[in-house]
Design a protein around this ligand. Structure first.
Ligand code: GRF
Length: 196
């Protein structure tokens, strides 16, 4: 998993992967921030964790190549990102195409980018939610694997809405990763193709 911060989605995937029939193992955590709380989540679960600071690299692609090398050394098959605050180079997105997942706290394609919950409140939508998607080169625009919706309630702040959505994030990310690990959804010709 690639993270930059808190690591609550990391925790939810670690918990899901404890089930004996779960088809994926969380084998490596990489953070670009050395103070990411998620590194403690990994440590508590006994999962190898590495810090690869992006500022040590001269370009986006050079940083991505360091991540790629760490992933290959650990024989990683799939990469799940959660709160990883770096945009990938086209090279990385193409190299890992179909094996790269992200979770975003809105019902994409609505509200990509940052300050997502405030964007939803400002737009006056009656519901928002979260999306797990394949990463393609364009930011927050990859084909959808799973979504969950929640109501936006009167008096909501960005914080209360974020908390309501996070509960759903922790449900759908494990489900979406399971589908990808079992090849029940694959990325084909730029679209998510579901197989029964
Ligand atoms: C989540 O809300 C995720 O959707 C967004 O960043 C946040 C990461 O939270 N991309 P955490 O680090 O998984 O707790």
């Amino acid at each position: 998993m690639l993270i930059s911060g808190r690591g609550s989605n990391l925790q939810s995937l670690i918990d899901a992967a404890k089930a004996p029939d779960y088809p994926a193992e969380i084998a490596l955590v990489i953070s670009n921030k050395e103070n990411a709380a998620g590194l403690c989540v990994a440590q508590n679960a006994g999962i190898p964790a590495r810090v690869i600071p992006h500022q040590n690299y001269e370009s986006r692609e050079a940083f991505d190549r360091a991540i790629d090398m760490a992933l290959r050394e650990a024989k990683i098959d799939l990469v799940a990102e959660a709160g990883f605050m770096r945009i990938h180079s086209e090279w990385f997105a193409k190299t890992w195409e179909g094996k790269l997942l992200n979770i975003h706290p809105s019902l994409l394609p609505l509200f990509p980018g940052i300050r997502v919950h405030q964007q939803a409140l400002d737009a006056g939508v009656k519901e928002s939610g979260c999306t797990v998607h394949f990463i393609v080169h364009e930011l927050d625009s990859g084909p959808t694997i799973a979504q969950a919706a929640v109501p936006v309630l009167p008096g909501d702040t960005a914080e209360t809405l974020a908390a309501r959505i996070l509960v759903e994030e922790h449900k759908i990310y494990p489900q979406a990763l399971k589908l990808v690990a079992e090849k029940k959804v694959v990325l084909k010709d730029g679209k998510s193709v579901f197989r029964t």
